[in-house]
Design a protein around this ligand. Structure first.
Ligand code: 44T
Length: 835
């Protein structure tokens, strides 16, 4: 947000500085004056143009006019934003940054616009630069911490900390280089580590490419810090854009790469290698040339991969990808129609859907059960370009898999073995002690399907768009084939206890001929929220209680008790809360759900739950203006309840929550409430190596002998997000304690820093403080973000320096809340008097 303290300055000093060319000076001074006049008249667009002109002509005034210029820019940008003139908005920022290239406030503000427009990498780059300009600038720091994960993904730390993986790559590279492959290209170099290995192994020429700007810059820093600056040539480009001799002088004899994701092909390795074989690598050695010089032929590390899969039952995956409950908060969900998470795989590629998601199976709360043995889904040789090219036209591979364990079919889990060379391989399997996640292909059929012993599951493996696609298609049971890929009427349905109207709605929904159009997509966190009975029940209880209090108060005041209650739900994304409120009767509920498909679902649910159509309205479709969000259309009555969405799925408090709460509070009728009224932050001390490994490159020892840690560790953030605390491998060193209380009904009552004393219950090294929230909706009605069915994950403050503690020792935590960002530091407390 524009810094509110940057008020325009009105000054006459401009006149005194006039020098030299009088006409020019006259123009500068009249432009500055016009700018100020326009600013006064709130004509920000014109003021901006005047400032640009004046300051370009007379840079000497830049410092003097900086604050007013920023203010003008931010105001004008707000206006352009609300008009949807995004192109113009960014060109104003670009012009502003030409004038003030190092202005951290402008950089940070441009980052915020970029972020809102979905340009996350670019946004992150701006926050990072702003922070470099002024390391103590809290706005930029807060923004940077929230996006650092996009700039340098956390797995970089894991991979660099994974010694086994590093050494295997190192051995394979050394072997190839020492056997004569001395010109090397590292595709997707990241920090430059594999390229540096090749150079140290004796390669004559090493090239590296990296498409991410931040990683490219990091690689350059790392390589020169290791004294290899002149010896490895690093290119900021995608390998697919590289050409010989423009980018590298000649074809290389070795390509090394680890551009693989949990689903193997998601980083585009197939396309990159086909391109490399055609354009960047020497041709492959043929069998009859086996004895010829290796330097004359090309090769790839890794040499190939084998992909494995198995069917699993997993409640955690299920509740994130399918509707699992018949009703929540007093609403029957039978008429929802077909709801899906955006992760859906069919053999026909659909751009709107991701074929798989990723999870570390071993860390899923509630665990998983394998329903089949692991099976080989695919084998691929990266040194065979024909095979790579043939992959997308390979016929669909059908596999019939015996069911080895009874259970609900929730997903196919996929992992692979990466064959670096004949002797070195890496496995990403769920049982391995690796940092890798597995690819998860959730099963979407809305009805639950239980596999039985003796069944055979038909899985189809294909690779049409260079993504590996796995679909559970059918089950063979007692000689009959049951299809899983089409909704079939003979499977038991959650909706069987629907009222007749709901049944009619369901039937209508499934009558849609174009199946693609019939379903409504919910993000997996939205799906998990929808499945959360406890959360909705708490809201239902809270509104019931509030309404009865308000009714009582109205009776006392002898006011018309049949008057409507106005309720506003400003939850982000899909939410049933407005409908739950409307279900109480005598309510006009406003929902902020924006997507039309999702609005249709809400309308259908209203109808099937006998909620009058006029009780539910949709609020300010597409409105961006924060202020506008809360303003009621009619002014004579205020809101009885406003529902705020306080915590992001990742486990952090939403940005600007307190501003929203203050605003919302002003719009409540007497006795009206904000839900929640209070948030209590809880946390505890733990020793967890896992959290350290995911936060920074650990230890003093150089990585494979290279100095990498200090560079990549600049991207360490003090708070780890998306944590599943229930399955985190850690030792608990204290009971949980209350860290902070946020009072949303009285935002002035909140402290910014608080000291909390915690007693260590066992000895150990405190490395992190996981934290979560108790969200008090109304009086004692509370939902916890740690609860088993929550759609929220947890966050943890990771300490820069672990703290050794003894059992019984007191630790003093300093908990700080700046805007919405919590930071925690820990110190040993002063010695306590004996107690
Ligand atoms: N991580 C898996 C993915 N690139 C591994 O920009 C494993 C995920 C993972 N550069 C938990 C654990 C793990 N040309 O910096 C990236 C990327 C770059 C390219 C130039 C290209 N054609 C490409 C393609 C990608 O390569 C780097 C590595 S890609 C993925 C690595 C520990 N969650």
């Amino acid at each position: 947000m524009p810094n509110a303290s940057t008020k325009p300055k009105h000054g006459r000093r401009t006149r005194r500085r006039q020098r030299e060319d009088p006409a020019r000076n006259e123009l500068v001074s009249s432009s500055l004056e016009s700018a100020q006049q326009c600013l006064f008249n709130q004509d920000y667009g014109t003021a901006f143009v005047h400032y640009l002109l004046a300051l370009n002509l007379a840079p000497v005034f830049k410092d003097f006019a900086r604050d007013s210029f920023r203010f003008t820019l931010f105001k004008w940008a707000e206006e352009l934003d609300s008009l949807g003139r995004i192109q113009d908005l960014f060109s104003c920022y670009e012009q502003a940054l030409e004038l003030f290239p190092d202005d951290e406030v402008i950089l940070n503000s441009m980052g915020e616009h970029l972020f809102r427009m979905g340009f996350r990498d670019e946004a992150a780059g701006h926050f990072h630069k702003a922070l470099k300009m002024r390391p103590d600038y809290p706005e930029a720091r807060e923004n940077f911490y929230r996006v650092a994960n996009w700039l340098v993904e956390r797995w970089h730390f894991l991979m660099l900390n994974d010694r086994g993986r590093n050494q295997k790559y190192q051995r394979a590279i050394e072997r190839a280089v020492q056997s004569g492959r001395s010109t090397v290209l590292d595709i997707g170099t990241g920090t430059g580590i594999l390229g540096m290995c090749a150079k140290r192994a004796g390669a004559a020429e090493v090239y590296a490419c990296e498409l991410s700007k931040t990683m490219y810059e990091l690689a350059c820093e790392v390589v020169s810090a290791n004294g290899l600056g002149g010896q490895i040539s690093i290119l900021h480009m995608k390998s697919l854009e590289m050409e010989v001799p423009r980018d590298i002088p000649q074809r290389v004899s070795l390509v090394v790469t680890e551009t693989v994701d949990a689903g193997l092909f998601g980083e585009g390795i197939i396309e990159s290698l086909i391109h490399a074989w055609h354009n960047l690598l020497l041709p492959r050695q043929t069998v009859d040339e086996e004895n010829s010089e290796p330097s004359a032929s090309g090769r790839v590390i890794p040499a190939g991969a084998t992909v494995f899969a198995m069917a699993v039952e997993c409640p955690e995956i299920r509740r994130h990808h399918r509707l699992c409950v018949p009703s929540v908060g007093g609403l029957s969900l039978g008429a929802c129609g077909d709801l899906r998470s955006p992760v859906s795989c069919s053999s026909v590629p659909d751009d709107a859907m991701e074929p798989y998601t990723t999870e570390r199976l071993s860390r899923l709360p509630g665990g998983y059960t394998a329903l089949t043995q692991p099976f080989t889904a695919l084998d691929i040789d990266f040194n065979n370009v024909q095979e790579l090219e043939g992959l997308t036209s390979r016929p669909v591979h059908k596999l019939w898999l015996p069911v080895t364990h009874e259970g609900r079919l929730d997903a196919l889990a996929v992992w692979f073995q990466l064959h670096l060379d004949q002797d070195n391989s890496l496995s990403t399997g769920p049982e391995e002690d690796t940092c890798w996640e597995q690819a998860i292909y959730p099963v979407h059929t809305t009805k639950d399907f239980a596999l039985k012993l003796g069944d055979k599951l038909l899985v189809e493996v294909s690779c049409r768009d260079a993504y590996l696609r796995l679909c559970s298609v059918a089950v063979l049971r007692d000689g009959t084939e049951i299809r899983l890929d089409k909704p079939s009427p003979d499977l038991p349905d959650h909706g069987s206890n629907q009222n007749p109207e709901a049944q009619l709605c369901t039937a209508l929904a499934s009558l849609q001929t174009d199946h693609n159009k019939a379903f409504c997509v919910l993000e997996s966190a939205e799906m998990a929220l929808l499945n959360n009975e406890e959360y909705h029940k708490s809201f239902q209880d809270a509104v019931t209680k509030l309404f009865s209090q308000l009714k009582l108060a109205n009776q006392h005041k002898r006011q018309n008790s049949s008057e409507l209650f106005y309720v506003l739900d400003v939850s982000e994304g899909f939410s049933l809360l407005s409908l739950i409120a409307a279900g109480q009767g005598h309510v006009k509920a406003y929902s902020s759900v924006e997507k039309s498909k999702q609005q249709e679902v809400l309308k259908r649910l209203a109808r099937s739950n006998n909620i009058p159509e006029e009780s539910l309205e949709f609020w300010l479709n597409g409105a961006e203006e924060e202020q506008g969000v809360f303003q009621r259309p009619s002014t004579e009555k205020l809101w009885s309840a406003i529902m705020l969405d306080c915590v992001e799925t990742c486990g952090l408090i939403r940005q600007k929550l307190m501003d929203k709460a203050s605003l919302a509070r002003c719009l409540l009728e007497e006795g009206g409430r904000i839900f929640p009224e209070r948030i209590v932050v809880h946390g505890l001390l733990v020793e967890s190596d896992t959290l350290l490994l995911e936060s920074a490159v650990q230890g003093q020892e150089p990585t494979l002998g290279f100095n990498i840690a200090p560079f990549i560790n600049q991207f360490t953030v003090p708070v780890h997000v998306f944590l599943d605390f229930s399955t985190l491998e850690c030792k608990r060193l204290s009971e949980s304690v209350e860290l902070f209380v946020l009072d949303l009904m009285d935002t002035n009552a909140n402290y910014t820093t608080r000291q909390v004393k915690v007693k260590a219950t066992s000895a150990g090294r405190v490395t992190a403080i996981p934290f979560w929230y108790h969200i008090f909706l109304f009086e004692e009605i509370c939902v916890s973000t740690l609860s088993q069915h929550s759609h929220w994950k947890q966050a943890a403050a990771v300490l820069q320096e672990p703290l050794e503690v003894r059992a019984g020792e007191w630790i003093c935590l300093t908990v700080n809340l700046h805007k919405s960002t919590i930071t925690i530091s820990a110190q040993r407390d002063q010695p306590q008097p004996m107690d």
